[in-house]
Design a protein around this ligand. Sequence first.
Ligand code: F6R
Length: 654
Amino acid sequence: MIGSKPAVPSRFEHLPFAVFANSVEASRAVAAEVAALIRQRRAEGRGAVLGLATGSTPLSFYAELVRLHREAGLSFAGVTTFNLDEYYPLAPAHPQSYRRFMQAHLFDHIDIRPDQTHVPDGTLAAGAVDAACRAYEEKIRAADGIDFQILGIGRTGHIGFNEPGSARRSRTRLVTLDPLTRRDAAGDFGGEEHTPRYAITMGVRPILEARRIVLMAWGQHKAEIVRTALEGPVTPQVTASFLQEHDQVEFVLDHAAAGALTRFRTPWLLGPLEDQGLSWDARMIRRAILWLSQTRAKPILKLTDDDYNEAGLQDLLAVKGSAYEANLDGFYQLQHTITGWPGGRDPRRTKPGDAPVRPLQAPSAAVFPKRILVLSPHPDDDVISMGGTLCRLVDHGHEVQIAYQVSGANAVSDESLWRALRFAADAGLSGREGPGQIRALCAEFEATGALPNRPELVAWKGLVRRQEAIAAARICGVPPARLHFLDLPFYRGVGRRRQLGEPDIALMRALLGELRPHLIFAAGDLDDPHGTHRLCLHALRSALAARGAEPWLKETELWLYRGAWAEWTPDEIDLAVPLSPQEVLRRRSAIFRHETQKDQAVFLGNDHREFWQRTEDRSRQLAATYNTFGLAEYEAIEAFKRYSLAEFLSSAPL
Ligand code: F6R
């Protein structure tokens, strides 16, 4: 077994698992086990047989195998591999094919024999697929079965591409991809319309025939499905749950992917916190009380001793003395997150006896007006995620600067650009391209429904979004001179395999140095489909680290907002900004300026709401939740989580 097993086995978990600080350490541990297996098999005079996965999850695992080959003499001569799946139809030479992925990340860098590596063939004629799938399983049997199977998990709970509904006994076959899976892959293919609809995948049955199975998962966006697979019932709706029926399986997780497991989310259900190395600190108390209020469907101040006792919170009761005391603690903690003055109060408008504005803590709390930097990964995240707060900060007289980190060009359809090009052509405008070329591009779109994928057209798509962002910021009262379009270069890379580079960090560093903000608002929403937000946050972290000990940083406070796809849970929230009905409408109007994004939101996944609808539903829902806890009834709430810079730089929060 790899890594550390949980200290107290819990009745909630149906599978062994190990949690590591981050994916690199976790991958190293898995690679060490695979290396030991390869060496052991070699000593026995036969080659190991590995079942391999693709996607973003195993990248650091493959990097570590390559390192072991180069630096520790690990030889793959004699090793045989079988990959789980391949998109269909797709040629091996296609940049997104899994064959190409395996060559690029592993096979080209190790001494494995090419004819010992197997990836399903995405080029077969439809009529030949069945026989090829049977032959693939036959080859696995001829190799004496898979010794060690690596798996990732999709957000649908798939292993391989066995989407919900796949049977326990399913065989290797052609499958239709789930819409959520296609959405997750769309970034790799440059849009959902270019993403394959089918794949060939090893079935659940051959996967379960492997002698040892390790499923790896990283990141908060995998947390819910990991919990379902590990703690939920065995069901074809979550094919990873079938792994519960295998006796040599292990989940290897990073902190974020493990975050939704009962032992981490509601640890008191497992027994005394001290036994788990935890304690009843303020955050834990709030979490438990909010959980209790929700599970009992009662406002906080109405919870009784019986409620605490029956729900297994006797220890908390003992710590606080009574339900009354515990209730007040939880209630005040939540109440103190609420402020209508997200940048602090204007001293000129403060009267003696006004309540303090509690959530602000940095030395700059008293500075007024403040220089505030809002970081928006895409050109619309600012208004979608914190449009109401943005308007308030401007109205209160702060200097609000907004930096758009990436161009967002990938989410502009060819049709949207064609409309702009037609306008230019019809108005007789032309740039360097000349009117003839613009007309030719329009004609090409009108004939084929697509525009060529050339760098200058991608740049123009970015400009379309830039105009939308300028118009939206105008609604919020932020003039163009305070907008910064960073166009971070990492975004020009492909999909989930993009990486940050020095140029990205240099741009962020320069921005921080120029503005020296008192407050920074940034996207801590790591559930966005293509991982852009995560990289944008890492760019901020690296840039802040590079600015190191500069004195102005001591004054800076950092607030993270969530985005279009998720919201902080109430126990995580440090700052809750209530919005009036008028502010909700103003925010809607700002979001409407992002016209090219209307379809984008609707087509992503099964949720056919536009961004303004998601935003309103989310912020109204949060207001309703605060109300069910027994706090005042607001129209909507936008929520933020505070990080001190030291905390942000040292933790891997996300
Ligand atoms: C890949 C595969 C899939 C992925 C899963 C997770 O060969 O079969 O099951 O493991 O979709 O993908 P990532 O790692 O990109 O999140």
